[in-house]
Design a protein around this ligand. Structure first.
Ligand SMILES: C[S@@+](CC[C@H](N)C(=O)[O-])C[C@H]1O[C@@H](n2cnc3c(N)ncnc32)[C@H](O)[C@@H]1O
Length: 209
């Protein structure tokens, strides 16, 4: 991971915030040990805050891995639920174990498969979180726009893509991220901001038709 902000600043913010929740620490340890790309603590706390501010009824994640980002979302919920999706059964089973241990299992729904297809069946989304294949972000938002509630938030991780978004000859994945960001900033139904924390987090407010 190339950091957008300097590693020293990242480290400083990271260290400011040691989670009290032992499950979060356990998940971070697993992510770091295996090199699995969790959103990590700084973005996790951001997701928690956004959820507190928004007070959503329904959060849908495309690309949940073993549940780290979803765990932060779920912890912040007063009511409502989080839908986790991942291609990998193993990841989802692991997520279930963490959610059970953290007593959050009742507020979550777990699905194995293509999150974009699974989410197409789910109406009334208040927060849509994208953290799957970077080449599929635009497709996901176009497919799922109709399932968002008025005033919903779309949050997408890795939208500065290791800083590659400003490189001269973007590769396929970078091109896809560039297109996605452009769409989210130029579509009148979305009002977006790109926050340069960690690998870039796009936050967007959706106005229906
Ligand atoms: C970056 S990881 C997710 C990390 C997770 N959001 C977190 O912070 O803990 C990406 C995950 O997306 C999953 N994935 C990729 N494409 C997907 C899709 N179309 N539907 C569901 N999951 C997908 C992969 O299996 C992988 O586990």
């Amino acid at each position: 991971m190339t950091f957008i902000t300097s590693p020293e600043i990242e480290e400083y913010i990271y260290r400011l915030s040691v989670p009290e929740d032992s499950i979060i620490l356990e998940m971070e340890k697993l992510g770091h040990k295996t090199g699995f790309p969790i959103v990590d603590r700084i973005v996790g706390r951001f997701l928690f805050l956004i959820t507190k501010l928004k007070n959503p009824g329904l959060i849908v994640e495309i690309g949940s891995g073993f549940g780290y980002s979803a765990y932060w979302f779920t912890k912040a919920l007063s009511n409502g639920k989080v839908v986790l999706t991942d291609f990998s059964k193993e990841n989802i089973e692991l997520a279930k174990k963490f959610f059970e241990k953290g007593n959050l299992i009742d507020r979550a729904e777990f699905h194995v498969g293509d999150g974009m297809e699974i989410a197409q069946e789910i109406k009334g989304i208040d927060i849509l979180f994208l953290d799957h294949q970077k080449t599929k972000y635009l497709e996901a938002v176009k497919k799922l726009e109709g399932n968002l509630n008025d005033g919903a938030l779309v949050i997408a991780d890795n939208t500065l893509w290791h800083g590659k978004v400003v490189e001269e000859n973007p590769d396929r994945q970078t091109k896809a991220i560039l297109e996605f960001n452009k769409y989210m900033f130029n579509n009148e139904r979305f009002f977006s901001s790109l926050i340069p924390v960690r690998d870039g987090v796009l936050l967007s407010y959706y106005r229906k038709g």
